[in-house]
Design a protein around this ligand. Sequence first.
Ligand code: NAD
Length: 361
Amino acid sequence: MERPEAAVIGTGWCGGIRAETLARSALCRKLHICEIRPDRLAEVKALTNPASATLDYQDIVRNADISAVYICTTPEDTHFPIARDCLKAGKHVLLEKPIAMELFEADELIAIAKRSNVKFTIGYSQRFNPKIAYAKKKIADGTLGRPVSVMVSRHLTRNLGKKIAGRTRLSPAAMESTHDLDFAFWLLEPAKPARVYSQGAYGIMQGINGSFDVMWTTVTMDDGTLVAIGGGWNLPPSYPNYCATWMEITGTEGSLFLDDTQRDNWLNTASQGTQFPMSTMPGEQVDHVFAGQMGPETLHFLESVMLDRPPMVSPESARAVMECYLAADLSAESGEPIEVPMNNQALAAVQDLYKKFRAPV
Ligand SMILES: NC(=O)c1ccc[n+]([C@@H]2O[C@H](COP(=O)([O-])OP(=O)(O)OC[C@H]3O[C@@H](n4cnc5c(N)ncnc54)[C@H](O)[C@@H]3O)[C@@H](O)[C@H]2O)c1
């Protein structure tokens, strides 16, 4: 079996994790990296000893030996053009969420991937969280009976909130609850989302980019199952890089409560105060092990390419998630529930809303 050459475009935080994971793995024949910040490129080059390192992603697109590409760039509006060019060039692509900024862009990427006959997946890393994989298993094997409700409450530190919110106005539903919408819909397959209602509350983030601090979104599935997802990004800086999640799943025959609040590892130092190591959403490399989900997710994609298997996350499911967080944004603004798939009137209202979001604050 041919071991692929892989490339990472955008070697910031997540791209750095993916590059390091690939560099450590025997599955990756050669690693190539691309980053527009020369200092960060040099840093990741020193860490991963790649076959090539470039400032221009077109070098990756043009390199016929590279078959798998991980696109980890920010700001998020870089995702569409880079993914489009890589897919058109016949590369298999793992693209960090969000799949795109506009639904028509997501549709175009899905169509190009189909035409090019390549694998295309989105980095919904939480599906590689063992606790969430366990929930999927317990629903699929009938232990919980017919699912009745899924509740997820997720809080991020404001350090991360500011980093994310600083680059573009995307809501906590779009940037954070997106992971929970993805895995809740995955848990509840084949049910599909039917109606979205969301409310948001302002706090510290409003002054930074106009966003809510916290949003609660309820989604009614077409079989009546209720999904309730809270996402916030305003925890004080004493939670550096922290992400805490609590989940409650109920069914007709059982319930499953999952504590992913990350309070089980508590480091305290005189200089930095309280820290919760290994509590970030992607996780981190800890010497010889990867603590978290992004490492296994990175290798899963390479294995999908090698074994010609479908990756865990289909781009169509990522598009469905995108439609729901757009509906959540519209609902939080209008105070009305939104039916999904959205009708033309709702889609036009989303366009207007995002024009407003993207206007200078
Ligand atoms: N799955 C998860 O758990 C998870 C967690 C955090 C972030 N994310 C997603 O991952 C993506 C990356 O987030 P991050 O926190 O690593 O961001 P980051 O800002 O730390 O890194 C992005 C990097 O992309 C580089 N870049 C921008 N344009 C480029 C280009 N044209 N060519 C090459 N490099 C380019 C930037 O210089 C930067 O270093 C985001 O879209 C985010 O939504 C996913």
